[in-house]
Design a protein. Sequence first.
Length: 345
Amino acid sequence: MNKIAIIYHTDLDGYGVKVAGRIYANQKGYEDKDIIFIKADYYKNANSKKKLFIDDLIDDHIKGHESEIDEIILGDISVKSEEKAEYLNELSKTKKVILRDHHDTAIWMNKYEWAKVRETDDEGIARSGTYWTAKELLSDEYIEKHPNLKKFIYLTDKFDAWTWAKSNPKLDEAVDLALLFSAMNEEGFDADIYPKLLLEEEVELFDEKMKFYLKIKNSDLKRQMWAAYFSLKSGVYTYKDGDKEIPLKVAVVSTENGSIIAEKLRELFVKFNKQFDFILNFGLNGGLALRCGDNPKVPVNKILMQMGDGSGGGHICSAGGKLPEGSIEKGIEAIFENLHINQLK
Ligand SMILES: [Mn+2]
């Protein structure tokens, strides 16, 4: 038996292309051993000329083997050079070649009959490589009969087309799927997710271990998001001491282990960040930790007395306290807008 080649990207969307291609090939009677899976892993192909990466993969896996290959499926990824596109175009005269992509940089490939590159569908909804490839290779009827596959395609599509980022809690599962993919990789998904996609009965895609991992990972994500948000508030502030106004350069960070990290940060801070007067570290539990290098302009314990809920204190270069009750966001606003420390415009 001849073979089918599937060329796909390394991310979740690329994996979805692999899934659709694999099911399609199996439906046509090709066993897994008859499928050439070509993962476009930029980093694992050291010999690649990089710039023409996908083109190199075609040289490595397809060229010279043309007579053994019946069909070539490319999804979520496109060739780079006109030369390789022309090569595939030649092959398309004697075998099935399809390319389904959604990247703007590949729109030029639409001049070929076998290539369709579209960012959005007819209704203007952004669509993924998985969506377009599954639409091409699998019948609506098949997808309807396989609820787990249907859900997988839906979530992958929503994730890759960024619809989830608009804080739609219904799409948290799409983020979960992508997080799991980054942890389990293709191999893990092949072993633990793919078999579920072939079932006709609806089952949970995630087992208990996956759910536990996601719980930890999601709280870490939340923390990282706040950390990035808070770090935008780094800048110059004035500290009011009676009638005196002292400008202070403040580095704002947020870490999970507030005072432990703050202490460690101080080492780095003293070494590399002499331009800042102190570090302000928020914990998501509402804790505040202030650290400064030697010879502070204002002792951080003094600054801290004017911050948070007023219960904090500590040493000249190392102090801790709490944000006012309520949400972190409100607490931060209270510190930066209502208390004695104001960012200079
Ligand atoms: Mn994609």
